[in-house]
Design a protein around this ligand. Structure first.
Ligand code: ADP
Ligand code: MG
Length: 672
């Protein structure tokens, strides 16, 4: 058992407020977790201070409020605990500011949504499926804010789902952005057709809900438990008293309903805060709000309440009322535990299995797009399942109504025939008791009552003998005698809601026909009734047929969605096969390339050896060349020496020759 966490938040003084005593004598003083009413001059006023888990003054931001009061709930929700946070307080005290916030300082809802997805992302060992819904309770009617069609939704209860709003749209989501878009859509739907939104929002409760299913990763065995937890974030209607709103007509009616809901919330909190043994019955069923929030109030949920208050002196009485409510709420204990289920009721079980299979197949083939398509198809299917449930419910109600009408018609016809055949005149009866005996029991209209539909009784018995002494109470023997031995099969008894019949019918049922009414007139009247009954029956049949058609359409839609899903799967398989073929091809090419590479490597090694050898040879050649160059140099030196010698020899010889020539010319020829 743990206590509900209760915080009080005072908003800054409203400069626009028409406070007749802006600087009044009294004010609320906040001292850590205590709130005291003080007289500015004389100090604390009589009365004990209010003490809470947390008290926030005007300077507190939404970030601080969220961090202190709500953040821990988010971790718990992702771990499988239910959690609820709601804002309570008079109109204009800051409930919506606390829940929704502003762009600069987002409130609890956007922060919680982001935290849920962040926490989910960080939880590596589990798979999650998150879905959201958004509803409004206005005039004790539940409206779906995610679709304009979802009006006046009923609350239902069954073993598998507990208390739930039938037909409420749920959207499967996988990012915070997607949720924030849906919330915006909800606000637009809420404004749709509403002339005075401020009046409406101060009179309606909004409940934003996230359902988180999770299971251990990589385990899709049907024996594994699935955790299913619910996070409710609630912005309540203004808690101010009726007389202050000073409204009339429709608005008074609205205010009345709000007061009923909030009054019941107060009653439930009061009862729960009482000592366990004296507590007695808790009136959860007395309003839609308490019925929906039942698990959050004394049940299997971790709950935080933020009570918002206005600091102005003119609001002191309302603020005192809020603080009293908060004090009582502080005494309420809840008992939260992780919700694990083994049945296939968890949507996740079915969806995860399929998505997981696909994901495995698609891993590494960059097919996130296809996964999104599958998720969307699943989402559509889930929605159409919800819609089918709602239609089935309506159909059931219509069928019950039709059965009641048919039964009534049969009774009327039998009566007519009886009158035709026997021509009994009212004059033949001496007192009205005998005439009453001719009437079928359910013919006596009881407002808001139930009638039992007996399907076999009328077939088996033609006439029931009237006992001589008819008492108010029938003993077993008398009952058997009356029914001529026919034993009523209790399993065949079916409770159907009181019939909504036309005024003429009711008149006939409630006031027996005057004794002096002639048979013919009576026959005509009954015939008229028959016609009108038949008409009602036909209308009901038409409605049934329309609903059945709608059901068929949905069934078709469902099967087309199934078809699409299987197409997607087939597409995924093709894609996988294609990718696999590409992969095989790549692997084959890789193998060939590797082979080529190794050949190249061998070549390279061989070439490297050859290169080394050549380099060696080159060295030797170079050496030889150097030696040759040296030789050439020596030779050319010797050559130039020889050339010099030859040149000088030539010059000498030439000189000698010249000398000879000259001497020869000077000496005459001895012969001549
Ligand atoms: P409620 O939902 O209780 O009727 P609102 O949240 O609409 O009240 O608040 C009324 C006005 O006061 C709004 O203009 C809102 O912006 C402002 N307000 C409320 N609380 C705060 C706060 N803590 N800080 C700043 N402004 C606030
Ligand atoms: Mg508000």
């Amino acid at each position: 058992m743990e206590k509900i966490s209760v915080a009080v938040r005072f908003r800054p003084p409203n400069p626009a407020a028409a406070d007749p005593s802006p600087g009044g004598d009294r004010e609320w003083r906040i001292d850590d977790t205590r709130v005291t009413l003080v007289h500015r001059a004389a100090g604390p006023l009589p009365g004990a201070p209010f003490v809470f888990d947390h008290v926030f003054d005007r300077a507190a931001t939404n970030e601080r409020v969220y961090g202190t009061v709500v953040r821990d709930l988010i971790g718990a929700v992702v771990d499988g605990f239910n959690a609820t946070a709601f804002a309570y307080g008079q109109t204009s005290s800051g409930k919506t500011f606390t829940m929704n916030g502003s762009d600069a300082d987002p409130g609890i809802i956007p922060r919680a949504v982001r935290d849920v997805f962040d926490t989910v992302r960080q939880t590596d060992d589990r798979e999650f499926l998150v879905r959201v819904s958004y509803m409004e309770i206005y005039n004790e009617e539940i409206n779906d804010l995610l679709t304009l069609e979802g009006r006046r939704l009923p609350i239902k209860e069954n073993l598998e789902r507990g208390v739930y709003v039938a037909g409420l749209r749920e959207e499967i989501v996988n990012s915070a952005e997607q949720v924030l878009e849906l919330l915006q859509l909800g606000e637009v739907n809420r404004h749709f057709g509403v002339t005075n939104m401020n009046a409406r929002s101060s009179r309606s409760h909004t409940i934003f809900r996230m359902v988180i299913e999770s299971s251990a990763k990589n385990q899709i065995d049907s024996e594994d438990p699935i955790r299913v937890s619910v996070l409710n974030l609630v912005d309540l209607a203004g808690s101010e008293r009726n007389n202050k709103t000073g409204t009339e007509g429709v608005r008074l009616n609205e205010a009345g309903h709000i007061n009923k809901s909030l009054l019941m919330l107060g009653n439930v909190i009061n009862k729960l805060s009482e000592n366990g043994k004296q507590r007695g019955h808790i009136p959860y069923r007395d309003s839609k709000l308490t019925r929906i929030l039942q698990p959050a109030l004394g049940g299997n949920t971790k709950t935080s309440i933020i009570c918002t208050a206005a600091p102005e002196e003119m609001h002191i009485e309302e603020t005192r009322g809020t603080l009293k409510f908060a004090s009582r709420a502080k005494c309420v204990s809840n008992c939260a535990q992780v919700n694990e289920i083994l049945t296939d009721a968890a949507l996740l079980k079915r969806q995860k299995r399929e998505i997981e299979e696909l994901r495995k197949k698609l891993q590494g083939s960059h097919s996130e797009g296809l996964e999104q398509v599958v998720l969307k198809l699943r989402n559509d299917m889930h929605k159409s399942e919800l819609e089918r449930d709602r239609l089935a419910m309506e159909l059931e109600e219509e069928r019950k109504l039709r059965m009641t009408l048919e039964h009534h018609l049969t009774e009327q016809q039998k009566k007519l025939e009886g009158l035709d055949n026997t021509s009994i005149s009212a004059d033949q009866f001496t007192d009205s008791t005998q005439l009453d005996a001719l009437k079928t029991p359910d013919f006596k209209y009881t407002p808001d009552g139930f009638v039992a539909h007996r399907s076999r009784y009328s077939n088996d018995v033609e006439v029931s003998p009237l006992p001589e002494n008819l008492d108010n109470i029938a003993s077993d023997d008398l009952w058997t005698c009356l029914n001529k031995g026919c034993v009523t099969d209790l399993d065949m008894l079916e409770m159907t809601p009181g019939l909504k019949r036309k005024a003429s019918l009711l008149q006939d049922a409630t006031s027996a026909a005057p004794l002096e009414e002639p048979t013919e007139a009576r026959c005509q009247r009954l015939e008229k009734d028959c016609v009108s009954d038949r008409q009602q029956l036909e209308e009901s049949n038409a409605r049934c047929a329309a609903l059945e058609k709608e059901c068929d359409l949905l069934r078709d839609k469902n099967s087309s969605l199934q078809q699409e899903l299987s197409d997607s799967k087939r597409e995924a398989n093709l894609l996988v096969a294609e990718k696999q073929a590409q992969l095989d091809d790549s692997i084959a090419r890789c193998v060939a390339l590797e082979r080529e590479l190794s050949v190249c490597r061998q070549d390279a090694e061989r070439l490297a050896t050859e290169k080394q050898e050549l380099a060696g040879e080159l060295g030797v050649e170079r050496q030889k060349m150097e030696e040759l160059k040296q030789d050439i140099r020596v030779i050319s030196r010797a050559f130039s020496q020889r050339e010099g010698q030859l040149t000088s020899l030539y010059s000498k010889s030439k000189a000698i020759l010249e000398t000879c020539k000259t001497s020869h010319a000077a000496t005459p020829c001895l012969d001549g």
